[in-house]
Design a protein around this ligand. Sequence first.
Ligand SMILES: Cc1cc2nc3c(=O)[nH]c(=O)nc-3n(C[C@H](O)[C@H](O)[C@H](O)COP(=O)(O)OP(=O)(O)OC[C@H]3O[C@@H](n4cnc5c(N)ncnc54)[C@H](O)[C@@H]3O)c2cc1C
Length: 423
Amino acid sequence: MKHEEFDVIVVGSGVCGATIAREMSRQGRKVLMLERGGSAPARESLAGIAGIADEVRLGERKLATVRALTTGGSTSMYFAVANMPPLELFRAHGIELADDLEAVRRELPIAALPDRLLMAKARRLRASAIELGHDWRKNEMLIDASQCDSGYRYEAKWKALDYVEDALAAGATLIQRAMVVRVLREGGRAIGVEYRRRKGFGSELRQAYAKKVVLAAGELATPTMLRDCGVDGVGARGFFCNPGYGVYGLVPGLGGGEEGFVGSMSCHLDDGIELGDANVARVLHRPMMLAALRFRHLLSYGDCVGVGVKVKDGLGGRLEADGRLRKGFDHRDQVRLDQGRREAVRLLERAGAKHIFDVGLRAAGRIGGLIRIGEHVDGKLETSLRGLHVCDGSIIPDDMRGTPTVSLICLARHLSRHLLAAT
Ligand SMILES: Cc1cc2nc3c(=O)[nH]c(=O)nc-3n(C[C@H](O)[C@H](O)[C@H](O)COP(=O)(O)OP(=O)(O)OC[C@H]3O[C@@H](n4cnc5c(N)ncnc54)[C@H](O)[C@@H]3O)c2cc1C
């Protein structure tokens, strides 16, 4: 390994890492994917999720987010809501994604769920939201509805693992349980990485070399790596984390035992507050209610209806020297969090729910603002250390709304074109 040189090394096999590896290896480039996690889960189960989920605390008030450390990254446990990239916003950063978006839409199953896949809970929520005057709409999802006879199916969601498998079929190399600890540099260029490979009960340090290195380790890992490379100002403006609540109640007699896809519908209130369907599959419902010590809700899956609240917070907090993130909220954020929670309760009450509670303040699976296009990376997503690029959730602009996965696939395709031209 030490003397073998690759065209590109991608650090992490999430949405961006997998897409770049697939695009590059299909064009005959020699690609190495280094992935910190293993292969779990082969299918969705409580043990499978527990084995890959990594909870990351963000502050003093039990604020936390979660990521998946496994091949395919966080899409192994995401909800598959597919908001489209804001093309104008990326254009303003010198990045043109229109053709990529068109290609992605042609290739992937992106559509709103058909009515037959909306379960009793989702239908009840929609009825009460509309009665209260909300513009409650279906979201597009990365779900192949033709694979779902009646309701939820984990396998029907598109996942980055699909692209990892395509990359492997096209000749890419994947090393799992390989945690990159350092970017190797020579002069002002990145020439490879050093990684720790787990082996039995121990581990060993190895190096790998390439013409190009892409950090795609996710929004929680990449900023620290980039700062360690000496790139100035990473994290200087703080970060956003889209905080919010899951609010749940019991609607006696609803009795919809079927499982649906969480996030299938939502609405936007004024001032950056979003409410959505938070009716998770059974496999997530159980540990969530257990952690909240809500046994009645735990045992009444069919009657338990959930509303998610998400608030667009401003930049703030800090990235500590040890890589930990800390964030508090200002008065405006707090007012909107309270307003969103109150509206979620009103929606549940309207739906006939009793025993309403929230599971505590969480950061929605998206942190950002630490790395900025135009400041830390250029339009080719390259850093001031030549040959070192960044492509993952950490570069999503802080004024972008909505879910990031489709934008990330497009950004990864955009970067792949530049890498192909340069290798
Ligand atoms: C519960 C949940 C629900 C979500 N729902 C949605 C949704 O509905 N729609 C949507 O668009 N988005 C959703 N997201 C967000 C979405 O999953 C992520 O934004 C997206 O997967 C991020 O992709 P990425 O390429 O940035 O990195 P990731 O998916 O985080 O992948 C990074 C990879 O790098 C690996 N890695 C980390 N450090 C190292 C290292 N040092 N060395 C080697 N490898 C490393 C990790 O193990 C991981 O595999 C959700 C997230 C969560 C957690």
